[in-house]
Design a protein. Structure first.
Length: 629
């Protein structure tokens, strides 16, 4: 009741709100209730906004009292067990708490005026474009006349924040997935009518979300988004190679990972409508034309509408949304197509409809499958490249006979069909022998590269031991990294000194370690079980030692102290000092020893040695580039 009285007091203060949030969090017995789940994140978001407005250069200081009162009102609703749900007919700001860094993340939700939880409603997920002015204080939302389009179609609209200008990759993608899951949990959403759309940067995001997750969305409608970063960067980055084969293989792999034109096989069985202006001055219309043409060569139709004589900002015209959303609403997800083609660069994106890739043969190149069920549903033909294990979901696949009676042919060879727990498991080649207990094989959620360490809960660990000069350099590198992360992700990462790290920390989060075994006591505890020997600006990889004051190391690996989680190690010079804020993480492979003094045409550091560990987390000459013995 003390919180209720505090919320009723007017005006409140930042201290009142911060104290109320702390007290409510400590007193909560059940964080799963709708009242707690909808109000506490919102209160925390209002506190974040008020703090930003009072501590940074902003013209929004006048809004501070309003945000504080909104936060206190949310705490009051928790005390009265009142959920804070979106109002039909109004674009509402709401929030959830990210499991990655415990930050309150905003999203906006529009429910049509006729909304009632008594029936299920279509949901359009809209991804915003790039804006250097965007922040949680000034998010990109939608105009009333655009929301009127959704209202006419009786569709709900979700506008994720996407952590700002992240290209909806990495932590930005995780935000889209988390916000969508939260909305589906709280509202009556039809699971067969969830759509994805976006404009400009969000147009590329819509392409990638649909192509990386076939079977997740009923239809997609990208608007004037990039489809091929190779040709995009040829325009904007001096010296970018004309031939993508001139890019180091590990970096080419990481670019293609997020490149719609390299994932276009995954458009089969998915419905796409794409719009683009012919005089687009920011994203050339050739970006969309090339992807549509490539899809056509694969026999995959994509509906394409060009706006003749129009520039990049066709989405300022409400008709653009009218075309896209009217078209989206006509589609319903069909989870059981007869044929699935699927290209993927990671086991974290290993599922397409009823097909799941469980293991790659070799890392550093994509896996590709083509699975076709006969019209009578009695046989399955599989063609696969770079896949060693494959699973078929028997409940979703349109078989007409039990799985153990299915005729299965894989790469021209007849194989026995075995139903294991509802899955048809296919071993395409015998896996190489793994170590008895360490390290674990690569799997979904533990397969790298470095960026994936940061896509789930992580803790930055700063070394405090060893020689003072080395310890200070490690601390400075960690502080710079955390400042960059805050600029990129919009929140402070969780951080502790090495001597403060508990066993609970180790058991519940990925660890991001700065320093060497001599300067970081947590790193010292696992050093003998890591694949490289790490010293002061000295790194031994595969029997060769790389030393120099300008060198640094970045790597990821299963945590020897908690094998279900990752450890990332940053040692020596800090990677990516010249990189733009959006690309300090997504172009890092499993490991790289690099020179801080030399950068590539994309401002990434030149590598001495870099690559991907094999499927058993071992060093492999086939997936290592640079100077090895």
């Amino acid at each position: 009741m003390a919180l209720v009285r505090a919320a009723e007091a007017s005006p409140g203060s930042l201290r009142d709100l911060a104290t109320g949030i702390d007290e409510t969090t400590r007193a909560c017995q059940d964080p799963t209730t709708a009242a707690y789940r909808t109000n506490l994140p919102y209160a925390r978001l209002q506190l974040r906004k008020a703090e930003l407005a009072t501590t940074g250069p902003t013209d929004r200081a006048a809004w501070v009292d309003q945000w504080v009162e909104a936060g206190l009102a949310a705490l009051h609703r928790i005390g009265t067990a009142t959920p804070f749900l979106a109002e039909p007919g109004k674009l509402c700001e709401r929030a959830y708490v990210s499991c990655i860094d415990d930050s309150a993340q905003p999203y906006h939700l529009y429910l049509p005026r006729q909304y009632t939880p008594a029936r299920q409603w279509p949901l359009i997920v809209f991804l915003h474009g790039y804006s250097h002015r965007m922040s949680i204080l000034a998010p990109w939302t939608l105009r009333p006349e655009v929301l009127d389009v959704a209202d006419r179609l009786n569709c709900a609209v979700l506008v994720p924040y996407g952590r700002g200008n992240t290209d909806f990759q990495g932590i930005g993608e995780e935000d889209v997935l988390a916000a969508t899951a939260e909305v589906r949990r709280l509202y009556a959403v039809d699971p067969r009518r969830v759509y994805i759309t976006g404009v400009s940067m969000g147009g590329m995001g819509a392409w990638n979300m649909a192509l990386r997750h076939p079977g997740m969305y009923a239809a997609a409608a990208p608007v004037c988004g990039q489809t091929d970063m190779h040709t995009w960067w040829q325009r904007s980055r001096e010296g970018w190679p004309k031939d993508r084969n001139d890019i180091p293989p590990f970096r080419r792999f990481l670019i293609e990972w997020d490149n719609p034109i390299d994932l276009i096989e995954n458009a089969r069985n998915q419905a796409f409508l794409v719009q683009h202006g012919t005089r687009d001055q920011h994203v050339p219309v050739t970006q969309t034309r090339a992807l549509v043409e490539r899809a056509a060569r694969l026999g995959i139709p994509i509906e394409y509408q060009e706006w003749q004589g129009r520039d990049h900002y066709i989405y300022r015209d409400t008709e653009c949304f009218g075309r896209a959303w009217t078209w989206l609403e006509q589609h319903t997800l069909s989870p059981g197509p007869k044929r699935v083609t699927f290209r993927t660069y990671s086991l974290d994106y290993g599922t397409a409809f009823w097909v799941r890739i469980d293991s790659f043969t070799e890392w550093g190149r994509p896996a590709l499958v083509d699975c076709a069920i006969a019209q009578d549903g009695r046989s399955l033909r599989v063609s696969a490249e770079n896949v060693s294990e494959l699973s078929i979901d028997c409940a979703s696949a349109p078989f007409s006979v039990p799985a153990d009676r299915l005729a299965v042919v894989v790469n021209g060879v007849t194989m026995p069909a075995r139903n294991e727990g509802g899955n048809l498991r296919l071993e395409l080649e015998r896996a190489a022998a793994a170590a008895a207990d360490w390290p674990p094989p690569k799997r979904k959620g533990l397969c790298g590269p470095v960026e994936k360490v940061l896509d789930s809960r992580f803790l930055v660990v700063v070394g405090t031991a060893g020689p003072s000069r080395e310890a200070e350099a490690s601390r400075q590198a960690a502080e710079t990294w955390m400042t960059d992360w805050q600029s990129f992700a919009g929140s402070e990462p969780r951080c502790k000194r090495d001597r403060e790290v508990t066993q609970t920390d180790i058991a519940t989060a990925n660890l991001v370690l700065f320093g060497t075994p001599a300067t970081n006591t947590v790193l010292a505890r696992m050093a003998d079980r890591l694949p490289f020997k790490i010293g002061d600006h000295s790194y031994t990889v595969g029997g060769r030692t790389y030393s120099g004051e300008s060198l640094g190391l970045a790597m990821c690996y299963p945590n020897p102290l908690a094998p279900e989680h990752y450890v990332a190690v940053y040692s020596g010079e800090l990677y990516g000092r010249e990189c733009g804020i959006a690309h300090k993480h997504d172009l890092l492979p499993d490991f790289i020893v690099f020179s801080a003094d030399h950068t590539n045409y994309d401002d990434t550091n030149c590598h001495e040695v870099a690559g991907f560990f094999d499927r058993n987390w071992r060093l492999s000459a086939a997936t290592t580039w640079g100077r090895l013995p």
